[in-house]
Ligand binder design. Structure first.
Ligand SMILES: Nc1nc2c(c(=O)[nH]1)N[C@H]1C(S)=C(S)[C@@H](COP(=O)(O)O)O[C@H]1N2
Ligand SMILES: [Mo]
Length: 249
């Protein structure tokens, strides 16, 4: 375990969650106060991390109470950007090219019917459209129009345990994320097939993108290949690198 010499060292070390760390520094909490508050020795990197992770889980629960039932604003169709920005953790030239005809969405965990779903089967589900704002943590936002099946409808159809805590996603590019069940059941959460009335282009996540307009962009997985329902907390690609897990907007 490495010693922490000063607050700068605290900042430099490891994957302590940025948001909470900043909040502490902004509010002028000294390391001594942090020790008092968390009851852990701040020269012990692991116990600092454990304490801050616990605070982040508490933050997730507060956000769940604040955001879960709220509807985000919707906009007229004319406000939807046609040439939407594409974003992923690597260059656009490397996005997955998924073969639709052989595609199957894998299901696992607390689901009654874990039969994989083909695209024609998914497309046959009732669909709806939404015009909402996508907000990326990197500092840009855009209004877009997405079309797909309300995620709640799909969860009900597969016999998911709706009292479970989390729904997790795995993507063709190695990306992964998970959301709380209340957000999964939120009426504006859609499993989408289209953007701007057109089948998702590869750069937008063909064939499936989960649209969660109540959360930041990184909680909207593209190129979903598998999903699972669970009571065990599982993070996400950016979440495990320090972004707050709930990330409500
Ligand atoms: N599989 C996968 N999904 C992902 C990402 C990614 O890198 N891989 N990036 C996320 C981020 S940070 C954003 S802002 C949105 C961008 O979605 P868009 O390309 O449709 O605008 O996708 C999210 N979903
Ligand atoms: Mo993002």
């Amino acid at each position: 375990m490495s010693a922490i010499k000063d607050s700068k060292d605290v900042l430099r070390q490891g994957a302590v969650r940025t948001i909470e760390r900043r909040a502490f520094l902004k509010q002028g909490l000294s390391l001594g106060a942090l020790t008092l508050l968390t009851g852990c020795d701040v020269t012990d990197q692991d116990s600092v991390q454990t304490a801050l992770n616990a605070i982040s889980r508490w933050n997730d629960r507060v956000q769940a109470t604040l955001f879960s039932n709220r509807l985000v604003p919707t906009y007229p169709e004319s406000a939807a950007v046609k040439d939407f920005r594409s974003n992923q953790y690597y260059g656009e030239d490397a996005v997955p090219k998924i073969e639709g005809s052989s595609f199957k969405l894998g299901l696992s965990g607390l689901i009654d019917n874990r039969k994989p779903w083909t695209l024609p089967e998914l497309y046959a589900l009732p669909q709806t459209s939404q015009v909402t704002r996508h907000v990326c943590v990197e500092g840009w936002s855009m209004i877009g129009k997405w079309t797909g099946v309300p995620f709640r409808t799909f969860l009900e159809r597969i016999g998911a345990d709706l009292s479970a805590k989390y729904v997790g996603f795995e993507c063709a590019d190695g990306y992964y994320s998970s959301i709380d069940m209340a957000s999964a059941l939120h009426p504006q959460t859609l499993l989408t097939f289209k953007i701007s009335d057109e089948t998702l282009a590869p750069k937008y996540g063909y064939p499936l993108k989960l649209r969660v307009p109540t959360k930041l962009g990184f909680k909207n997985p593209k190129w979903i290949t598998a999903m699972y329902v669970t009571n065990r907390f599982s993070g996400g690609f950016w979440e495990d690198r320090g972004y707050n897990w709930f990330s409500g907007i």
